[in-house]
Write a protein that binds this ligand. Structure first.
Ligand code: PGA
Length: 254
């Protein structure tokens, strides 16, 4: 698989954690480590932190700050929502879309996620699209059909060219925040299957070139098992990305 010739991506998702002073302290500590690493580091922060945090890392080409969600409309009377243009204006370089917590707690459908994906791409944001099977789908042998449905639904009508700006994060729902990871071999298998589905629909080159991460209870102790797999381009880390020493240790593995 081609991924070994490409850079590794280490991504963090802060979810609804950290105030500005906490975030600034974290990023100031991590900046040097990112500069000295061989990987690309992506950090998805709460909206309130975007401007200051992205300002702190702007000299560091390998350190990209992003958001965790957005609305699909360009602008409008949508109280409490945020647009892709606002995210870009605040310094975001990418946005996580379709995270399992948004699908579960906020009822986001593939159709809705698809609209957001298209809007984000149109506005020039990179998209990190999360997909993953539930525990029931996992137990009933429905992993690949579940992933295929989410992939094809969320990326419907997306141009093959646009895949340069798309990262897929494979995150089994039962592994997110549970302390249980997929077996690295299983993650490798599912990710190879995702690549094949994309290749079939959008062409072999798109499938091969696509950056695909594993996420779900990744930490400094187990990250290397995933990074060593041939089809896995990197990891998406939730709780272990909140601690600068833990996150820094994962960067050192690349
Ligand atoms: P976790 O979260 O690492 O805490 O399981 C991963 C994620 O939500 O992206």
């Amino acid at each position: 698989m081609p991924k070994k010739t490409k850079k590794t991506i280490i991504a963090g998702n802060w979810k609804m954690y950290k105030t500005l002073p906490e975030a600034v302290e974290f990023v100031e500590k991590l900046n040097e480590k990112v500069a000295g690493s061989t990987c690309e580091t992506l950090l998805a922060v709460p909206f309130t932190l975007l401007r200051e945090v992205s300002e702190k890392v702007k000299e560091n080409e390998k350190f990209l700050i992003g958001a965790q969600n957005m609305n699909d409309a360009s602008e409008g009377a949508f109280t409490g929502e945020i647009s892709a243009r606002m995210l870009k204006d605040a310094g975001a370089r990418f946005v996580i879309l379709g995270h399992s917590e948004r699908r579960q707690h906020f009822g986001e459908s593939d159709e809705f996620i698809n609209k957001k994906v298209k809007r984000a791409l149109k506005e020039g944001l990179r998209v990190m699209l999360c997909i993953g099977e539930t525990f029931d789908e996992h137990e009933s042998g429905q992993i690949i059909p579940a992933l295929e449905k989410q992939l094809l639904g969320s990326l419907e009508g997306v141009d093959p060219e646009a895949f340069k700006s798309i990262i897929i994060a494979y995150e089994p729902v039962w592994a997110v925040g549970s302390g249980k990871t997929a077996l690295p071999d299983d993650a490798e298998h599912e990710i190879a299957a995702v690549r094949a589905i994309v290749a079939e629909k959008w062409g072999a080159e798109v499938g091969e070139g696509l950056e695909i991460l594993y996420g779900g209870s990744v930490n400094a102790q187990n990250a290397k098992n995933f990074l060593d797999e041939p089809s896995i381009n990197g990891v998406l880390i939730g709780s272990a990305s909140l601690n600068v020493d833990d996150f820094g240790k994962i960067l050192e593995l690349t």
